[in-house]
Design a protein. Structure first.
Lengths: 419, 164
């Protein structure tokens, strides 16, 4: 019987000829990523009692969630992480200001098709955009990986998504993935591998594909893989000179379900409080007053995202009732955005540009919300209290929707913005 | 493994941000972390919960962030087990790793009512609702997962294996 991408990658990494959905495997991990929670993982690792990590070269640690340190407790934790990195001689460490883990790894050539990557972060699914089996795990599982480089998995069933149609003005990857999550539900892909096909996906940039694979976590996806093509190979080859295996599903692979969506006529989409699958067309909530707008995150903090926002904001001023926080996903992106004039456009409009990192996404710093405040954000979660006060409200939208809304002080369909 | 306690019922999609909000993730002492369990979902959680009680929830329990502190705070608070129609996968693994028994059962989640007296025989694979005189059969867990739960969590399971 044919195999899916996930079945093939898990077969190869567990040294078995062919495994299929439902089987349990013990797999070799190609790369293990963790971030500020390395402090918890290292304390668990130390408690297990193994002295040295299995392979320092296969570990990447990024400080991004609370950077620069938002409290003295965080500063102490960062110090502990630096000491651990030094003691274990982990060569791949990105300190404060480098950017978000899920951007830094592909940008620096750590992500290549065919790999099995785990991260102590749920949005590790992002690497699926490069034809990778990338999945999130908790702290104890990560500590276990550090001891011997292996982890158990149940081979997932695969859902196939055929996405046809062309992206039109101010419709982006974010609108497409929110649309899909609205249809499938917050647990519609729970435990499943997702594979994305179709003209819409093929024509999408790497930035757009990373958005799809990232946000797909919010429908419960175990992995969210996009089969590699020339775009993928060119991107990866431009970052690193290492051989890699492109892995494709067989023609007779078995899928649990096949979904087909034509996105030609969809409108800009928005996820309303407090669930990511509470998705509506923007026009159903336009006019809702906002206090803050956030552009950034591992979902939508890339150059393409900043570009569309800069196009909307250039030469204009934000509503005086809105704080707009802009967080480039990496230092590299920030520098490119400066070159292209985006940062000037943002600052001139009255926005606040902060350092690359997770920023206000998890409500710890750089724009926390007060009671009853409303934010429109390009981040990936709108759970109750996620970005500050439990009574604040989070709407999730594309960079274009975020920028248009920041101009008007209320949720705005970007297609209504007068150029 | 026999687990006895009262059912505390919740709905669908209970996410890890409401189980343990981000503002508490810096806490390391188990008692401190436990004291904030379920805070953004149910500020009255500790008014109704006694150590050993069992959470009974709808689908997709534990969705969202991979934060293991969500499973940890419930374990430290003394939650005896969690029964749900379905679990999000990272939470499921984290719960096992913390030695917190989790059981997937649509039937049990539907029929058990708030404050029902429950008795779970994890390895004989039954849940008894003593208040309603109902019994539910549950799927057996794979042996290696039973071992981790028996050992009280993955850390102890690994330490045991390393000693061999």
């Amino acid at each position: 019987m044919g195999q899916t991408i996930s079945e093939k990658i898990l077969s190869k990494h567990s040294g078995q000829k062919k495994v299929y959905a439902g089987e349990f495997v013990d797999a070799d991990i190609d790369l293990a990523m963790s971030h500020d929670n390395t402090v918890l993982i290292s304390s668990i690792f130390n408690e297990i009692g193994v002295k040295k990590v299995w392979n320092p070269d296969k570990i990447v640690i990024v400080l991004d969630h609370r950077t620069p340190a938002n409290t003295s407790k965080t500063a102490e934790n960062h110090k502990i992480i630096r000491e651990f990195v030094k003691k274990q001689q982990i060569p791949h460490f990105f300190d404060v200001g480098g950017g978000i883990c899920h951007q830094l790894l592909p940008e620096n050539g750590f992500v290549r098709p065919g790999m099995l990557i785990v991260g102590s972060d749920s949005h590790t699914t992002t690497y699926g955009a490069f034809g990778v089996f990338g999945t999130g795990i908790g702290a104890t599982d990560m500590a276990a990986v550090w001891t011997n480089g292996k982890l158990w998995f149940k081979v997932p069933e695969t859902l196939r998504f055929n996405i046809s149609g062309k992206l039109s003005r101010y419709i982006s990857a974010k609108d497409v993935v929110l649309y899909i999550i609205g249809k499938i539900g917050a647990d519609g892909a729970n435990y499943k591998a997702c594979e994305f096909y179709g003209k819409c996906i093929k024509n999408m940039s790497i930035d757009g594909r990373m958005c799809i694979s990232n946000q797909a976590m919010e429908m419960g996806a175990k992995v969210a893989t996009i089969p590699p093509d020339k775009k993928t190979v060119d991107y990866v080859a431009s970052k690193v000179n290492v051989k890699f295996d492109v892995v494709y599903s067989d023609n007779d692979a078995e899928y649990e379900k096949i979904y087909s969506f034509d996105i030609t006529d969809i409108e800009p989409q928005i996820a309303c409080p407090n669930k990511v699958d509470n998705v509506k067309p923007v026009r159903e909530v336009e006019g809702t007053e906002i206090n803050q707008a956030v552009l950034g995150s591992c979902t939508n903090g890339r150059l393409e995202d900043l570009a569309v926002a800069a196009e909307i904001l250039k030469g204009k001023k934000l509503s005086k009732n809105v704080r707009m926080i802009i967080v480039p996903a990496s230092r590299q992106i920030y520098l490119k955005a400066i070159e292209k004039g985006y940062i000037r456009a943002f600052l001139s409009a009255g926005a606040t540009v902060v350092n690359p990192g997770c920023g206000p996404c998890l409500g710890l710093h750089q724009g926390v919300l007060a009671e009853d405040e409303v934010v429109i954000s390009s981040t990936n979660r709108n759970f109750k209290g996620r970005m500050g006060s439990p009574n604040s409200k989070i709407f999730l939208g594309s960079p274009a929707t975020v920028a248009a809304s920041a101009l008007n002080g209320e949720i705005t369909n970007p297609r209504d913005v007068i150029k | 493994m026999i687990i006895k306690g009262k059912a505390i019922k919740y709905g669908d999609d209970v996410n890890t941000d409401v189980i343990i909000p981000g503002r508490y993730l810096y806490l390391t002492k188990s008692a401190e972390l436990a004291s904030h369990a379920m805070e953004d979902l149910d500020p009255d959680f500790f008014k109704k919960f006694n150590r050993g009680d069992i959470i009974v929830a709808g689908k997709n329990f534990g969705c969202g962030s991979s934060r293991e502190q969500a499973a940890m705070c419930l374990k430290y608070a003394g939650v005896g087990a969690i029964i749900a129609k379905s679990f999000a996968r990272i939470f499921y693994r984290n719960a096992i790793n913390q030695g917190l028994p989790i059981i997937k059962s649509s039937e049990a989640a539907d029929f058990i009512k708030n404050m029902d007296d429950l008795e779970i025989d994890l390895y004989a694979t039954t849940i008894k609702d003593k208040t309603k005189s109902l019994q539910f059969e549950i799927q057996p867990l794979p042996i290696f997962i039973r071992e981790i739960l028996d050992d009280g969590g993955l850390i102890y399971n690994l330490k045991k294996k390393l000693r061999r």
